[in-house]
Write a protein that binds this ligand. Structure first.
Ligand SMILES: CC(C)(COP(=O)(O)OP(=O)(O)OC[C@H]1O[C@@H](n2cnc3c(N)ncnc32)[C@H](O)[C@@H]1OP(=O)(O)O)[C@@H](O)C(=O)NCCC(=O)NCCS
Length: 187
């Protein structure tokens, strides 16, 4: 594997740096940007828990839960920042079966630059190397081909199909569950 000596953004405490991005804890002041970016229907409809329209103030209330959940080892949500601007979100949430679920979104103005793949790669390296996980789960709605491509590039494999309720769409949608074992992770 080629070693990349390119300068990286300097991360702060609890943050991760990639070639172009900083993954950092959310701040309450990110709320309005989250509501604008994740409140776009083309983003919200691909996520199960994001409402549409995104109510004013709801993002700050969500961000206010992060410290306690992170301290309890239940959730590791990262704001994805490019040159000081919020471009999206990537996170790991521990599910009832004990495995972390990887989730992400990128604001529509920032699609198509490889940011989701780069940020998800960093979050997975954090899960495997820092948290010591052996396997991570994820998945996408069957009509979300871009996310399927992101997962395939990272090494995820398809596990099963289910129906999952999309809050924004207001109905259940075919969902493809994926899994990534540490050994299959494409570094
Ligand atoms: C899915 C999403 C995260 C991708 O973000 P992104 O930063 O544009 O992703 P990347 O650039 O890293 O990779 C996207 C890949 O999908 C491909 N792609 C994009 N649209 C596609 C489509 N309609 N069909 C197939 N592939 C597609 C791109 O070409 C790229 O693959 P490549 O590197 O082989 O060319 C972004 O579109 C998004 O946030 N969507 C709404 C929320 C969401 O879907 N979150 C994930 C829920 S599972």
């Amino acid at each position: 594997m080629a070693v990349d000596f390119a300068p990286r953004p300097t991360p702060g405490a609890g943050s991760l740096a990639t070639r172009r991005l900083v993954l950092r804890p959310f701040r309450l002041s990110d709320g309005p940007a989250v509501e604008t970016l994740a409140g776009d229907f083309d983003v919200a409809k691909m996520l199960d828990v994001v409402p549409f329209p995104y109510p004013a103030g709801a993002a700050a209330r969500w961000i206010a839960t992060h410290d306690e959940n992170r301290d309890g080892g239940r959730e590791y949500p990262f704001a994805i920042e490019r040159e000081g601007e919020l471009v999206g979100c990537v996170g790991l949430n521990r599910e009832t079966d004990g495995l972390f679920h990887l989730g992400y979104w990128i604001g529509k103005p920032f699609w198509g630059h490889g940011y989701a793949t780069e940020a998800a790669h960093a979050a997975l390296a954090f899960a495997f190397d820092e948290l010591g996980e052996g396997e991570v789960k994820s998945g996408h709605y069957a009509d979300n081909h871009a996310s399927g491509r992101v997962m395939t590039k990272l090494g995820f494999r398809y596990a099963k199909e289910s129906m999952r309720f999309s809050k924004a769409r207001g109905h259940a949608v075919r969902f493809l569950d994926t899994r990534l074992a540490r050994a299959q992770f494409r570094r």
